[in-house]
Design a protein around this ligand. Structure first.
Ligand SMILES: [Fe+2]
Ligand SMILES: [Fe+2]
Length: 453
């Protein structure tokens, strides 16, 4: 199948044109052509029609090849330009190639023209594809740059000294500036309060080895940020750099706090609602919640876990709602059968709480608060590492409070009896660290067991 070829001849001799066309057709091209021999005609042809190739003579009365090359250059079009001429010197050929000609073929060797045209068309295709790829890349880079610059999140790249290499507008504005040149090349210490810069630089240096996430409260602005530090190799900088992305999470934080507050309020409400039916349990839960939080705090638990412990304490005996009131308030000893019924409150509490989707293990705390370290507890006889830290704290606080508090079916133990019981169970029934902290609280009178009565 012949290949369509649109040829613009820059030539004064019609006979030469026909000769070349015949040669091209013999080489397998379906040739259409036009001949121009003045600059105006050439400009006109280039602006009104599309061409695959330009074949130009060298010697013409009204036109020179150099002029023709200039006209092509002015248009910005990438069309292979081949000189087909009689003998031209080597020096001239080199100069014309430098000026933009792609090749030359002697008129007495026209058999070479077909392969030269084929190669030049292929090269032109390659150049076109490369240009299109570069344009796509440029468009994509511009797209990313737009995305980067218009992001509401603060984004920057710094070196290991905290020097800004890149910063988007959100970052620039957050630093109190309005243009890149005020920020790029400056360090964190140049642009931020020194305490903030110290902290950020420490994070940047750690992040050179491994990505870090940090939640940060900017007390000056009264806002919360989640900062992500990601290491990025930058061969052009010659060292690891770090990308910093800061997201304003103030609203999310407020919503979370509101939700947590609602959980606490709800747990307190439910706990209070038990007062009318079972005042001992309601008071006991409140005491256990406060005591567990105090122990957890002394053990260095974070605020979130302390909140979970507090709620776990407030609701741990909620299963007693299913136990007959007459039994809970029965004066005197309970029979073995009655005890077995009372013991079901742990599982019943778990059943009530398990679908509540608390962000803390509240249902698990209710289920296991009567488990003991040595496996002697109920309902599952868990032991050792099977007891979570929350359960270890809650179970010891529950036991201590229950000993000190009065119950209709048995008298309250004295402080000394409670201390003796905790001492003897320390490391056996109760976690040793938890028991030590509890003993210290009780001995020093730091918890008022009657405060909720
Ligand atoms: Fe209980
Ligand atoms: Fe309890």
């Amino acid at each position: 199948m012949s290949i369509r070829l649109r040829v613009l001849f820059v030539e004064d001799w019609e006979d030469d044109v026909l000769l070349i066309v015949r040669e091209l057709r013999r080489a397998g091209y379906d040739v259409s052509f036009r001949k121009v021999d003045t600059p105006e005609e050439m400009r006109n042809a280039l602006s009104n029609e599309e061409w695959d190739i330009i074949l130009s003579d060298y010697v013409m009365p009204h036109f020179t090849t150099a002029e023709a090359l200039n006209i092509l250059k002015e248009t910005g079009l990438d069309i292979p330009f081949i000189i087909v001429s009689g003998a031209i010197g080597e020096q001239t050929a080199v100069e014309l190639m430098k000026a933009g000609a792609h090749d030359f073929v002697m008129k007495d060797s026209l058999a070479k023209l077909g392969p030269v045209v084929q190669r030049e068309l292929r090269d032109a295709d390659t150049r076109r594809e490369r240009r299109q790829a570069q344009e796509r890349l440029k468009e994509s880079e511009e797209g990313y740059r737009l995305l980067f610059q218009s992001s509401p999140n603060v984004i920057a790249q710094v070196d290991s000294e905290g020097r800004f290499l890149i910063a988007n507008m959100a970052m620039i504005r957050s630093l109190g500036f309005s243009s890149e040149k005020e920020v790029i090349g400056k360090t964190l210490h140049d642009l931020m309060p020194q305490d903030v810069a110290n902290y950020r630089l420490k994070m940047v240096r750690k992040a050179c080895n491994e990505a870090r996430i940090q939640v940060f409260e900017d007390q000056r602005q009264g806002r919360w940020f989640q900062n992500i530090f990601v290491p990025i190799e930058a061969p052009e900088v010659g060292e690891m750099t770090v990308q910093i992305i800061a997201m304003d999470i103030t609203e999310k934080k407020k919503t979370e706090e509101q939700l947590e507050r609602s959980f606490v309020d709800l747990a307190e409400t439910v706990s209070r609602a038990m007062v009318s039916r079972d005042p001992y349990t309601a008071t006991h839960q409140r005491n256990v919640a406060e005591l567990s939080r105090l122990v957890g705090k002394k053990m260095g638990l974070d605020e979130n876990r302390l909140k979970g412990l507090y709620i776990g304490g407030l609701l741990h005996d909620i299963g007693k709602i299913s136990i007959p009131e007459s039994l809970l308030n029965k004066p005197g000893q309970l029979t073995e059968e009655e005890w077995n019924l009372v013991r079901t409150h742990a599982k019943r509490g778990y059943e009530i709480l398990k679908d509540a989707n608390f962000p803390w293990p509240v249902a698990e705390m209710a289920l296991h608060h009567h488990e003991r370290l040595d496996g002697s507890g109920y309902p599952d006889g868990l032991s050792g590492d099977e007891l979570s830290l929350e359960v270890r704290i809650l179970s010891a606080c529950d036991a201590a409070e229950a000993m000190i508090a009065y119950r209709p079916y048995r008298p309250a133990k004295s402080i000394q009896e409670t201390i003796d019981e905790l001492e003897s169970g320390k490391g056996e029934k109760y976690d040793a660290t938890v028991a030590d902290i509890l003993l210290q609280i009780i001995r020093e009178g730091k918890f008022d067991f009657n405060s909720c009565l």
